[in-house]
Structure formats: C-alpha cells, structure tokens
Design a protein around this ligand. Sequence first.
Ligand code: ACO
Length: 325
Amino acid sequence: FEDFKIVATASQVPERVVDNHELSTMMDTSDEWIVKRTGIKRRHIAVTETTSSLCTSVAQQLLTQSELQPDDIDLIVVATMSPDYLTPSTSATVQGNIGATKAMAFDIDAACSGFVYGLKLIRQMLMADHKKNAILIGGETLSKLLDWSDRSTAVLFGDGAGGVLVTNETTADGSYLADSMTTLGSLGGYLTAGKTGQPSPFSSDHQPFKPFFKMNGRRVYQFAVKNVPDSVNHALSVAKLAPTDVDHYVLHQANVRIVERIADELELPMTKFPVNIGEFGNTAAASEPILLDQLVKHNIIKRGDTIALSGFGGGLTVGTMLLTY
Ligand code: ACO
C-alpha cells in the first residue's frame, strides 16, 4: 500500500515577543480583554526575520532531523498568505537557500487552511508522480499586513513558520485516513488582507492604498463553529471513525473560544484539543504545523496516534485531514 508518512516536524518563530501589555501602550486595549476574548497572551513579531527566512530555518531543521541531503528533496511547497514577494515564490527562495537543486517548488495560498490543503496536495503529488520526499511549510509574517492602529485585528495575529517532511512509503497501513476540504468563496469578503495593486495612473480613483487585514470577526466566528465540526464529521464518516477514536485534534489556533465551541459541538473533552494560541496568537497557515511540532517534540503525539488536522479561515476555507501519525 503506497501512501505518505510524516517523518519529521520543525518550527521557527521570530525572536521578538510582544505581550498584551506592550500592545496596550500602543492602542486602546487591555491584557484582560484580549485574554478573555481570544486566549492570546503574547505573540512573536518579525523585526529582522522574513517569511522566507523563517521557512528556510524550518527546512534546514527538517533536513537535519531526517538525515537527508538537499538533493534528496523532490518537492517543496510553502503555504502562505504573507509571502516576501508575489514572485519569486517563498518556496523558490527556500529551495535556493537550502540548495535543493532537484526539487520543484511553489507556493499555495489558502490562508489558515493552507497547511491541510497543502498536505492533501503533496500527498496526491507524491503518489501520482512516484516522488519520494516532500517538504511542506506553513509560514507567515502577518504583522506586516496589520494596521497597528486597528485594535480589532492587530491584537489577534502573530508570525512564525512550521513544517513537515513527508515521504512516500510503501507500508502495510498508510498513515492517511480521510479528508474533507471545502471552499466558500462567496463569503470571502468577511476576511481580506494583502490587497495588491497600486491605483492606476489612468484612474480617477485616488483612494489611499490599504493592504491591511479587514475582518468581520463575528461572521468568521460563526462560520468556524459551524463549518469546522461539519468538516471533521464528514472526514470521520468517510474513515468510518467516531469522534472519540481521534486521539488529538490539532486545530487552527484563531481563538481559544472557537476551539472550546468545536470541542463542545463534537461532545468531546478539551483534553483532546491542545491549544498554544496563548504564546503565538493566530499565525494562519503556520499555526497547525507549529502546534504539531510542539506536540511531537513533547511526546504528546506518538507514532500510531490518530490525529485530526483542521484548518479554517480566509477564502473562506475549511479543511480536515485524518491520519495516523
Ligand atoms: N481591545 C479592547 N476592545 C476591543 C478590542 C480590543 N483589542 N477589539 C474590539 N474591541 C471592542 C469592540 O470595539 C466592541 O466594543 P463595543 O461593544 O463598544 O462596540 C467590543 O470590544 C466587542 O467587540 P466584538 O468584535 O463584538 O468582540 P467579539 O466577542 O466578537 O470578539 C473576535 C472579537 C476576537 C475577533 C472574535 O469575533 C473572533 O475571534 N472571531 C473569529 C476570528 C477568526 O477566527 N479568524 C480566523 C481566520 S484568520 C485567517 O484566516 C487569517
């Protein structure tokens, strides 16, 4: 049975930590409001780092841990909504930085669902193309897309990168169990960031150019607490599993209240839902691989455990993948 296996996990966050107290000196907010509404206490903010430098560090760690050479890598995919440039892609920069001369490299953007969407994509590519080793990284520097005078978004996000090295293995029991991926593009206006395109000199519209995050938090919240349980339940039914069969639900870290509501909807205890948002804020495509890496390194996720990876966010997008680690 040919399928894929996660052989290594890694993560990297910027050095600079900004806590809620520091933010409250910059805007009209408080540690109490942020912790109560979101669970976030602090976040890492890129001052000297870039999305590609964080992702390069993750790729180098993955190579070291798996004892592979750069030339052993066939495919590099970076999921990001905050690349250094639209071109070259962040993954091409990473490919050049680590010297993975045989790897095809490109980016995908599915916002906070980017990591699970990317896992689905690289699994299919490894299997269809008989490639051997792939690196998937979720990396973001969302801080550069924030309007630091807008307290309703500036307090929510953080920077970082996390990734996995995946190999195409012929095993008795493939690690993949099932997935469910959905896009609701008609709701895309509820969360926008990174508008591109300076006003044309030929246009009479001279509105100031604003690439910043804009979010209808209530709507995104309602979307998440309905669509994530639906997505998880759909994947579970395909795999013929019950919610209790999953050992760890590694959800996108947007808001601790969303995670609690999802646990409630699935009638499961919070002990199955690890949370690290307090330390990192919402890091979009990076949040699941950073959490996954912490859980693996702390021996909370062990070989043979059943895990559900579930992302949701801009697009709007939602996706779940069930696998045996
Ligand atoms: N500090 C203090 N007060 C604030 C702040 C702040 N940082 N931000 C907003 N407020 C105020 C508001 O002005 C409002 O005041 P008012 O009642 O006087 O009008 C009050 O707090 C309540 O604001 P709400 O927006 O109604 O607060 P809510 O409880 O909905 O929480 C939040 C807001 C945290 C954004 C929540 O809606 C949420 O988490 N939504 C989901 C966001 C999400 O999951 N995004 C994921 C996708 S991200 C991606 O894909 C990149």
